[in-house]
Ligand binder design. Structure first.
Ligand SMILES: [Zn+2]
Length: 190
């Protein structure tokens, strides 16, 4: 997948690409009510009619954590992954007067503090990039100015592979897991 670049502004970290690329994903269909799935490492709120395999999400989560050398901590709140329309993702960025230059459009977002990822469909590169932001926010001390470089590096390693599979996953009971989930600060889009 060709990605033109990344931009960050106003507290929202996003991944951008040419409109032409966004156009190619509009074959995906979406529905008004989401299917909510609790995977081991995330809550998946899926407005797409294409099912999201929670095991693939968890596998990717572990892979990204491994690339970043993260030792996962059950006490850290888990991310909420919202799968919604490309237009919705773009509109969440644009109304605040942050129109992107040239023909760029936000393809995926990460909302720091809320731990919310927004993607238009499951894609290892897109989701891996945003999960890298989540893990960097919660486990690393890197300044925000470094977040894009780190996430771009994760994308590269996901594509070309260097993982060592050394991350030990914590054991989470359903009850403990619910404790870790903090209420979202963003109303899921419809
Ligand atoms: Zn990013």
């Amino acid at each position: 997948m060709a990605l033109l670049g990344t931009l960050r502004a106003g507290g929202i970290v996003l991944l951008v690409s040419p409109l032409l690329i966004v156009g190619c994903v509009e074959l995906n269909a979406y529905r008004p009510d989401a299917e909510v799935t609790e995977s081991r490492y995330a809550t998946i709120v899926n407005y797409s009619t294409t099912p999201i395999d929670p095991d693939r999400v968890d596998d990717l989560f572990i892979e990204v954590a491994d690339i970043l050398g993260t030792q996962l901590d059950p006490a850290v709140p888990l991310p909420r992954i919202v799968v919604t329309t490309p237009d919705r993702i773009a509109s969440l960025y644009e109304p605040k007067g942050r129109r992107l230059p040239w023909d760029l459009q936000a393809r995926a977002l990460y909302f720091p503090d809320a731990g919310i990822v927004m993607i238009p469909y499951f894609d290892r590169s897109l989701l891996g990039h945003e999960l890298a932001h989540y893990l960097t926010e919660h486990y690393a001390t890197a300044p925000r100015s470094e977040w894009e470089r780190i996430a771009d590096g994760v994308e590269w390693k996901l594509a070309f592979g260097t993982r060592k599979a050394t991350v030990r996953a914590p054991v989470l009971t359903p009850a403990r897991r619910q404790q870790l989930l903090r209420p979202p600060r963003l109303t899921p889009p419809r």
